[in-house]
Ligand binder design. Structure first.
Ligand code: ATP
Ligand code: MG
Length: 359
């Protein structure tokens, strides 16, 4: 999967830009506030229908314009071209895949797997467990089929159970959804743990290179104790849950914990180490994806030079150059990024929202 063309209209400060990237590495340089992150954000938006820096999609629409538009071509490994299109106004969103309108984000996401590393990415470690579940589920969704449907079914059943708990319905009413919850929960856990098992060796291989003198461990926790069945727990805790108004245990409480020398990465390592770890988590994910599916994914790396010291930057660039992915990097100046390890490369420059190709 690779992006072969992207036309951007009214996306943040990018009024009109056309990008024709290569399969290898694409470096976008430019001064502060020129539009580098916005360009990566547009690619990310095309895959996720949301941004990595704001919850409010309307922030993305260029000020004083009615809508943003992204029109792209994706090329599959079989060299088939898939046109994608998004038009977002302040109250309406239209998404097209293969010129047909699609309703669900998953329809576009499945066509165009994109991962991003950006200055706020360290929050994957310091932020809430839901972010780490999202991290895990990106891979499960793209690699393990059947996940999306089960997750939708689980979410629906959980919502109904929680609503019953909150409104203090009778016990037997609250328990009506237990069976659906347990069936889907076990399947979700099975897919997540299978994926996690496949992902872990890639992560270990990378942390062994970057954390020479430290022991980094990563662990998946399914959201209910390992020695108990969820059916039992749902039955057992109903009284407490009815008081609180929500379901205690289940895959909605799953978590990934990362430790460095036995201590939580959330609180016991430096910000720079957190940034490195997050980059490695994403790299591991991109590697596993590419090898498991035989399809290259797209990786966006915003501000790599500002994020890491010279040694870590060099190590990351070496790892990136070995991967079969389409890469988009941003930097203020191109001297900050050594692209000599890549055969296929293209350089772009952005100035006040105007994108040009650098020779
Ligand atoms: N909706 C919008 N409409 C117009 N301009 C916007 C909008 N949202 C953000 N901008 C502007 O777009 C410009 C580019 O921002 P962007 O974050 O892409 O810059 P950058 O090149 O990544 O800069 P830096 O090097 O500081 O990270 C900023 O000046 C910002 O104020
Ligand atoms: Mg930026």
């Amino acid at each position: 999967m690779r992006l072969t063309q992207l036309q951007i209209k009214n996306f943040r400060n990018l009024e009109s830009a056309k990008l024709t990237p290569v399969q290898g590495v694409n470096l976008i340089t430019g001064d502060n506030a020129s539009g580098k992150t916005s360009l990566l954000e547009a690619i990310y938006y095309l895959s996720h229908i949301r941004s990595f820096r704001t919850r409010y999609t309307t922030d993305l629409i260029q000020r004083e314009t009615p809508y943003l538009q992204l029109v792209a071509n994706i090329e599959t490994v079989e060299q088939q071209i898939i046109p994608l299109g998004i038009r977002r106004s302040r109250n309406k969103s239209e998404v097209r895949v293969n010129k047909e309108p699609v309703k669900r984000v998953s329809d576009i996401a499945a066509q165009f797997p994109v991962l991003a590393i950006h200055p706020d990415s360290y929050k994957l470690i310091t932020g809430s467990p839901s972010q780490r579940r999202q991290y895990l589920d990106w891979g499960v969704f793209h690699v393990e089929h059947g996940f999306f449907q089960s997750w939708q079914r689980f979410k629906k059943a959980l919502l109904q159970r929680n609503a019953a708990l909150k409104s203090k319905q009778k016990f037997d009413i609250c328990q009506l959804w237990n069976k659906e919850i347990c069936n889907t929960a076990d399947y979700i856990d099975q897919l997540r743990s299978q994926y996690f098992l496949k992902l872990s060796p890639y992560f270990k291989q990378l942390t062994d290179i970057f954390f020479l003198n430290d022991k980094v461990t990563i662990e998946y926790k399914r959201g209910w104790p390992i020695d108990k069945s969820l059916v039992e727990l749902l039955e057992l805790n109903i009284q407490k849950e009815r008081m609180k108004g929500f379901t205690y245990y289940g895959p909605h409480r799953a978590e990934i914990t990362i430790k460095v020398n036995g201590q939580s990465a959330q609180t016991c390592i430096s910000r720079g180490q957190q940034k490195t770890l997050v980059a490695l988590m994403r790299l591991a994910q991109a590697m596993q994806f590419t090898e498991a599916t035989n399809k290259p994914c797209v990786l966006l790396y915003d501000d790599l030079a500002a994020e890491l010291d010279a040694n870590h930057r060099k190590l990351i660039l070496t790892e990136l150059s070995k991967m079969n992915i389409q890469l988009f990097l941003t930097a203020i100046e191109n001297e900050q990024i050594d692209l000599s390890a890549w055969h296929e490369k293209k350089m772009f420059h952005v100035e006040h929202g105007v994108l040009t190709v650098k020779e």
